[in-house]
Ligand binder design. Structure first.
Ligand SMILES: Cc1ncc(C[n+]2csc(CCOP(=O)(O)OP(=O)(O)O)c2C)c(N)n1
Ligand SMILES: [Mg+2]
Length: 350
């Protein structure tokens, strides 16, 4: 019997303390489901990149390949009624919070069955039923929205939390600082989750900020900042879960900085002249998916055959998602103004 790692033991203890006596551990917290979600994100984006080349998908794709552990680890610490705000690199966040690949693929293909009726594309995907306030083309734009949601939860005395994902570049925007100030001042149930992938477009972090660790900025707003290995899904889960418990108990915000790296360019087509092959290789050696796969196998929590079966099921799900998007019609011209002004597709309120 192989020994469980320290992180897996902690995860197991978390399950026992939170879910013993309940019928079952929520499926999204099982280690194999963490793996499944990370692989689904990776394969979804690889498929979307191919479908863009084949002409099904127009427009930009900002892939999060290499960053799957921050999305999945952070969202695993949330409940469905908790909300997230996402970014321009948001496919992983959506899938991690329960977003359905077929509606995402249809949205990327600008088809009427997509999340925004085919009018938003990658940068606007939203599903209030799942607590997804939306992807966002404005760097740092989702942060004040999440803080607004956290304020609503506090005012309504609801035991819900809001989490904003954002990049290292976003931490240099005024929107971040204004939102962090109010969240700290009002002790809001808010998690600031920074995916520090070391670049904002082609600018390395050391040319954008005078400090290497962005979590230190939380101190200026009166709440803690923690740094975590963003390529270790269990470490991300653990850090976020502590922040969520603190927020839910009325302790206020936490800034969680996940150190990570994107394997693809800033966008598909980016010539990537700003980084070296060696640097990319260094990070690929720390690929979150490969690491977790080895972790599961070494801990005896899965067999290679089980992990291969997960991969096969994902391939089938994505085949179906592409077929769904292909079969979906373009939005009708008569619907051009519907759902675009202060109203969501479906008109739901979070
Ligand atoms: C307010 C604003 N300024 C500039 C841009 C252009 N832009 C898009 S993505 C990006 C870089 C963002 O970097 P970071 O926050 O680190 O996220 P990453 O792309 O690394 O995930 C910039 C400058 C924008 N979309 N919005
Ligand atoms: Mg970045």
């Amino acid at each position: 019997m192989r020994r469980l790692s320290h992180a897996l033991l902690k995860l197991q203890a978390y399950f026992q303390s939170h879910f013993s006596g309940t019928a079952m551990t929520p499926s999204h917290l099982r280690p194999l489901d963490l793996y499944r979600r990370m692989l689904l994100i990776r394969q979804f984006e690889l498929r979307a990149i191919n479908e863009r080349k084949s002409g099904l998908i127009p427009g930009f794709i900002h892939a999060c390949i290499g960053q799957e552990a921050t999305a999945v680890g952070a969202c695993a610490a949330l409940r469905q009624e908790d909300v997230i705000a996402s970014t321009h690199r948001g496919h992983g966040h959506l899938i991690a919070k329960g977003g359905e690949p077929k509606y995402m693929m249809a949205e990327l293909a600008a088809r009427s069955d997509g999340y925004c009726g085919g009018k938003g594309g990658s940068l606007h995907m939203t599903d209030f039923d799942l607590g997804i306030l939306g992807a966002n083309g404005i760097v740092a734009g989702g942060i004040p929205m999440a803080v607004g949601a956290a304020l609503a939860f506090q005012m309504r005395k609801e035991p819900r939390v809001a989490l904003a994902f954002f990049g290292d570049g976003a931490v240099n925007e005024g929107a971040f600082h204004e939102a962090a100030n109010l969240a700290g001042l009002w002790t809001l149930p808010m998690i600031f989750f920074c995916e520090n992938n070391l670049y904002g477009e082609g600018t390395p972090q050391h040319k954008q900020a005078p400090v290497p660790d962005l979590a230190v900025r939380a101190a200026g707003y009166g709440f803690p900042g923690v740094i975590v290995d963003g390529n270790d899904v269990l470490a991300v889960f653990e850090a976020t879960q502590q922040a969520v418990e603190r927020a839910r108990a009325g302790g206020g915000p936490t800034f969680v900085e996940g150190k990570t790296y994107r394997h693809r360019g800033h966008y598909e087509g980016d010539p990537m002249v700003y980084r070296t092959r060696e640097e990319l290789e260094f990070w690929k050696q720390r690929d979150p998916l490969t690491r977790f796969r080895h972790h599961l196998l070494d801990a005896g929590l899965a067999t290679a055959a089980e992990l291969d079966a997960i991969a096969a099921a994902i391939t089938q799900e994505l085949d179906e998602a592409v077929a769904f998007a292909t079969a979906s019609p373009a939005p009708a011209p008569a619907s051009a103004l519907a759902g675009v002004y202060g109203e969501t597709h479906g008109g739901r309120v979070f």
